[in-house]
Design a protein around this ligand. Structure first.
Ligand SMILES: *Cc1c(COP(=O)(O)O)cnc(C)c1O
Length: 392
């Protein structure tokens, strides 16, 4: 059962579960590739209905995956979610559902690296043009639009510099142009930010990050209204980037603690950002929860808390940044994020290494920049591990 009046935590724990005759308490994992029909007529009836209401084959639907979809849709405040094999598969499915040859996309410059590659190299091959703009410059979004524009694509806050797009303003512009606004809500999750309530049409997720929250699985999802999700479901059903039932079960367990974890990530990150501002050698800290962040007021309006990712710039450039990273003993040196364990990375030589040096600098990714995806360890232990390299 699901009750529309439930709060976020209750929705995260209870939505979508249907107990079987076995009376199990936890959600079962349906490891079956197909389903049996009561009769030839029943099979015909199920095949004739393409909405995904009836189980036919697990590329189309699976009860464990459906439970995850219903839960995530409820959390985001969307009619329906479609689960995918990864976050990139979610974005690809949106492209396949809503774009055709000759169409155009306007995309924030500050999006996940593979998202840039997908729009430029892969979708570009099929005669679709993507124009990249500054995420916070509304005039640039408007100027990049023309009668061929079909999608706006944005990620907020941005990685690794924590810049924000004003989702309410961007959705108003999208609506006036007859364009769908797609928001990658991976960094906030619905526990901190609800893009659909702010006017976005579609939310995409890499469930790999905070929805799982413990670095175990790769997965993704698309959330939106019934009509749009019927299109996305049609893509996943036919093209096949579907989520496995076991992964869906792990994500269901992750969702149960989503708000608690996001609040704890945010509290640790805010403490760490404030502490870093006082440390020797740190020239600047990027985190939307700091009152001196240029978009602090927007952040307070748009997000319930400020998330787990921050970055800081070492005055001593690349050498100083690498010293901080190499002096850690507990933090994990990895480009991944959204894990209960804190991770640290040097964007200029890892996640953004393939961006041309001038473009990288123009985007604010300096050689002294260090990104931390703040985990759930005790804050004093995270600080102590970073302090070792800051003192060098
Ligand atoms: C990781 C990530 C993706 C891609 O997700 P995968 O699950 O790795 O395919 C997309 N967007 C953002 C913001 C991400 O961090």
């Amino acid at each position: 059962m699901t009750d529309a009046s439930w709060g976020l935590d209750t929705l995260a724990l209870r939505t979508g579960q249907r107990r079987t005759a076995e009376r199990e308490h936890a959600e079962p994992i349906f490891t079956t590739s197909s389903y049996v029909f009561e009769s030839a007529a029943h099979a015909a009836e199920c095949f004739a209905n393409e909405t995904g209401e009836h189980n036919i084959y697990s590329r189309f639907t699976n009860p464990t995956v459906r439970c995850f979809e219903e839960r995530l849709a409820a959390l985001e405040g969307g009619d329906r979610a479609v689960a995918t094999s990864s976050g990139m598969a979610a974005i690809l499915s949106v492209c396949l559902a809503f774009l055709q040859q000759g169409d155009e996309v306007v995309c924030s410059r500050s999006v996940f690296g593979s998202t840039v590659g997908l729009f430029n190299r892969l979708i570009g091959k099929f005669g679709i043009t993507t124009r990249f703009v500054e995420l916070a410059d509304l005039n640039a979004w408007e100027a990049a639009c023309n009668e061929r524009t079909r999608l706006f694509f944005v990620e907020t806050p941005s990685n690794p510099l924590c810049e924000l797009a004003d989702l309410a303003a961007l959705s108003t512009l999208a609506r006036s142009k007859g364009v769908r606004l797609v928001v990658d809500n991976c960094f906030c999750t619905p526990a901190l930010q609800k893009p659909l309530a702010l006017g976005a049409d579609i939310v995409v997720h890499s469930a790999t990050k905070y929805l799982d929250g413990q670095g175990r699985m790769v997965g993704g999802a698309v959330v939106g209204n019934h009509k749009d999700m019927a299109e996305v479901f049609g893509v996943v059903r036919t093209a096949g980037p579907c989520m496995s039932p076991f992964n869906a079960w792990v994500f269901l367990k992750g969702l149960e603690t989503l708000r608690l974890r996001m609040d704890a990530h945010s509290a640790n990150a805010l403490q760490l950002a404030t502490w870093l501002q006082q440390q020797p050698g740190v020239a600047r800290v990027h985190y939307a929860g700091l009152p001196d962040h240029p978009q602090y007021e927007l952040a307070k309006r748009q997000m319930r808390a400020f998330g787990g990712v921050l970055s800081f710039e070492m005055a001593g450039g690349r050498d100083a940044a690498w010293k901080v990273i190499d002096a850690t003993r507990m933090l994990s040196i990895t480009a991944n994020l959204g894990d209960a364990k804190t991770t640290i990375t040097h964007p200029a030589t890892t996640t953004h290494a393939r961006v041309a040096p001038e473009a990288r600098l123009a985007a604010g990714i300096t050689d002294g920049l260090v990104r931390v995806a703040v985990g759930l360890e005790d804050i004093q232990d995270i600080q102590a591990d970073l302090a070792r390299g800051l003192a060098l």
